[in-house]
Ligand binder design. Structure first.
Ligand code: SAH
Ligand code: SF4
Ligand code: F3S
Length: 458
């Protein structure tokens, strides 16, 4: 096959040459790792249709916007991006614009009616139909709305194109049954469906053959793995099984619901060889009153006991969390309970969010919604405290040598390489000419900052 510009000259079996035009796609992904993985599966299907990736909007024949609706801020940004593409479509009528992801699921009618430049709206349960839908669209050019309300028990596997060649996402389950009262995810991702162990192991085997060094087992609530099917392994068994393959250096998983974090899972991490010593346990609030209103199913004393158990079992582990500020009914007093919890638990890092009203969720209509200005002040107060804690924890690492998986050049500094510790901390160090991307190296830490560590290759 000869490539010249956009033209591809291919020779068929009879020796005749045919001229076809290379087609390109571009993707935009918002939201969580599940969406990143869905983009890889959409791109994989385009690749099998002969498309290649481009960074250039003007060159693209298909543009996919894979959307998130977990907070209003994400939605606003995405509506802005969709608006921008209108001009592009006017100059290039052959361009196919595809909206995928959680907003496609939630706002399908509105998007279809109001944004006439969108050609295809594909729901979170329809990803596997993409090849068929694009082929049809290419012929008929008739706009399509392909959004199922419910998922098939298990969607068929489709080809995946992974941008990152070191670290891969492996979905182990889809959907969520928890219905935390603030959260839109169960409405746009459906009920919990676990993939079969065979499917998961097969994917991991392929990844190890391709040289991947790290995998992250993905699910909205990985601790529920297997509960929806008979004769399934539970999450702890799955972890142990994946670890025992001993083919992937680093195994991560997310997200764990604190309520469902069992002693068995903690033991599986403790007794494993390759499962990383990092626990991400979103607490959301340090107030029992709010935790109950959020329908989280635990209180803060349960959470603190859980942390103690984890730290006893896996002493050098890191602990991170998610916190929502300004949930309805959050008084100054209740907010201060969250600050007190942060100080008591000492997280390595906390991802903090302003509560966002999601229509259709119970919390959206709860009384005592908190004004935005109050939420912002609280978020800053919380961040100040957490930043101090994160820095103090990171400073303890100065002088020590840590194992780092080299990911590549630092995004902000071409002189430095970047990688992560097993505890998921970002480390930067000076290039020495020996890059060793994709390998494990030892770095001696000399500088600690709130969100990263700096050091020298040992
Ligand atoms: N399944 C995961 C991730 C859910 S979304 C989990 O249970 O942890 C990631 C984070 O977004 C949540 O942990 C929560 O902190 C935040 N979030 C979800 N809905 C939100 C909302 N309506 N407003 C603000 N933050 C929200
Ligand atoms: Fe949302 Fe709660 Fe499910 Fe996480 S566990 S996705 S926060 S409903
Ligand atoms: Fe967003 Fe959907 Fe993930 S709402 S956080 S992309 S599951």
């Amino acid at each position: 096959m000869i490539e010249s510009g956009n033209n591809v000259i291919a020779t068929d079996l009879k020796g005749n040459t045919q001229k076809s035009v290379q087609k390109f796609y571009k993707t935009y992904t918002y939201g969580c790792q599940m969406n990143e993985n869905d983009t890889e599966r959409l791109a994989g299907q385009l690749k099998s249709l002969g498309f290649a990736e481009t960074d250039n909007n003007e060159q693209a024949d298909v543009i996919i916007i894979n959307t998130c609706c977990v907070r209003e801020s994400a939605e606003k940004k995405i509506y802005g991006k969709i608006g921008e593409l209108k001009r592009l479509k006017a100059t290039n009528p052959n361009l196919l614009i595809v909206i995928a992801g959680c907003m496609a699921q939630k706002d399908r009618e509105k998007l279809f009616k109001k944004a006439s430049h969108i050609d295809l709206i594909i729901g979170t349960h329809n990803v596997h139909q993409f090849t068929e839908l694009v082929t049809k669209l290419d012929k008929s050019r008739e706009r399509v709305l392909a959004v199922w309300d419910q998922a098939e028990r298990l969607a068929p596997n489709v080809p995946t194109i992974r941008k990152n060649k070191i670290s891969a996402w492996v979905p182990i389950m889809y959907g969520c049954n928890n219905f935390c009262t603030y959260c839109i995810v169960p409405y746009v991702r459906g009920r919990e469906r676990s993939r079969t162990v065979e499917d998961i192991i097969q994917e991991i085997d392929e990844l190890s053959e391709q040289g991947f060094k790290e995998i992250t087992l993905l699910g909205q609530n990985v601790n529920s793995y297997g509960k929806d099917a008979d004769n399934q392994l539970d999450f702890a068994d799955l972890l142990t099984k994946v670890d025992s393959l001993n083919t992937i250096e680093r195994i991560r998983y997310m997200t764990s619901h604190p309520r469902d974090m069992t002693d068995k899972v903690i033991a599986a991490v403790k007794n494993s060889r390759n499962i990383c010593e990092h626990f991400h346990l979103p607490i959301q609030s340090g107030s029992d009153t709010l935790l109950e209103k959020m329908n989280r199913g635990y209180n803060q004393s349960y959470y603190r006991d859980l942390v103690q158990k984890i730290r006893q079992a896996v002493p050098n582990s890191s602990l991170t969390t998610d916190i929502i500020v300004g949930f309805p009914g959050e008084t100054e007093e209740l907010f201060e309970e969250t600050l007190a919890l942060l100080k008591a638990v000492e997280f390595d890092a906390a991802y903090t969010f302003l509560y966002s009203q999601r229509s259709g969720t119970p919390a959206a209509t709860m009384p005592d919604q908190i004004p935005l200005a109050v939420k912002k002040v609280r978020l800053n107060r919380l961040a100040d405290i957490q930043n101090e804690i994160s820095l103090a924890i990171n400073k303890r690492l100065v002088g020590s040598t840590v194992e780092v998986l080299v990911e590549g050049e630092s995004k902000n500094n071409a002189e430095k390489l970047m990688g992560r510790t097993r505890t998921n901390k970002i480390v930067l160090w000076d290039k020495t000419g020996d890059e060793r991307i994709g390998q494990l190296v030892q770095v001696k830490i000399s500088v600690a900052q709130t969100w990263l560590l700096k050091g020298q290759l040992v």
